[in-house]
Design a protein around this ligand. Structure first.
Ligand SMILES: [Zn+2]
Length: 283
């Protein structure tokens, strides 16, 4: 059973949400609605309207909390303008177009990975498929949690060793882009929950190694990979900053680091665009 988190929404807290580069200097066109966060590809936008206002994104209704909060993610390759429409009961409708800001992504070549992680043996494929499907179904959940509302905290101190969006070449083989960030730190460095939420998966997976996935409400979830130790289990309610595990190099990893992902349903976003600071604290 999923514990329902108390809603933390207040006007004052909302003002504290980070304004990413692409957002700086932008004036909200209408005081009845606001959208805070990065408008770059991979950005997570948090919207706020008066309670009981229906909001649609590209014609699809979105989940609005009783406090009037909603979420919009911008995919890593989003290029088309996104239409945000709010229908106010006794006033004209509001409509805004969000134009994703294009980014330049790096190319990162990684060698020295055990070959069974680049081209997994056939007997492992069934296990990987099962684990992929579990992750997919957990990410479909649209819960009432409001942990997404607060800016994220970096899960650990360390060196940013992998950035979002980079094209990965693993042992010479081109792979899908890296849609998360990596923080490298010594094995045993504590990993903290990036925001309030409920643990949905805490297990050992083939590629992910020691793996924890936390739901923060409205389809927003974060995941923490390659852990050497895990201290929470599925169903646990966690608060921002709680220690959930230790840095390790389990699964597909070449050194101790935390691969940290942020998703809006299945859409992989850039956690470094949703944190209070753009870089992790140093060790
Ligand atoms: Zn990674």
């Amino acid at each position: 059973m999923i514990a329902r988190r108390a809603l933390l929404a207040t006007g004052a807290a909302f003002a504290l949400l980070p304004r990413a580069t692409a957002d700086v200097g932008r004036q909200d066109a209408d005081p009845r609605i606001s959208l805070r966060g990065s408008r770059e590809q991979g950005g997570l936008l948090i919207g706020k309207v008066a309670p009981n206002v229906a909001v649609e994104i590209d014609g699809q209704p979105v989940h609005v909390t009783s406090q009037g909060l909603f979420v919009l993610g911008l995919a890593w390759d989003a290029e088309k303008p996104i239409r945000v429409h709010a229908a106010f009961p006794d006033a004209p409708d509001y409509e805004e177009t969000v134009q994703p800001v294009k980014r330049q992504y790096d190319i990162q070549s990684i060698t020295g990975l055990p070959q069974e992680y680049v081209e997994p043996p056939p007997e492992i494929l069934e296990r990987m498929k099962r684990e992929r499907e579990t992750i997919w179904s957990v990410r479909q959940a649209d819960t009432e949690g409001a942990g997404f509302f607060e800016p994220l905290e970096w899960p650990c101190a360390g060196r940013l060793s992998g950035v979002y969006g980079s094209q990965r070449i693993l042992n010479g083989k081109p792979m899908a882009p890296h849609l998360a960030v990596d923080v490298a730190a010594p094995e045993g460095t504590p990993i903290h929950a990036a925001a309030d939420g409920v643990v949905m998966i805490a297990d050992d997976y083939y590629l992910e190694g020691g793996f924890t996935l936390i739901d923060h409400g409205h389809g927003v979830n974060t995941c923490y990979l390659h852990q050497s130790a895990r201290f929470v289990k599925a169903g646990d309610a966690v608060q921002q900053g709680d220690v959930i595990g230790h840095i390790g190099e389990t699964g597909r990893a070449t050194g101790p680091h935390c691969h940290w992902g942020l998703c809006w349903f299945q859409m992989k976003l850039d956690p470094s665009r949703a944190t209070k600071t753009p870089m992790p604290p140093s060790v």
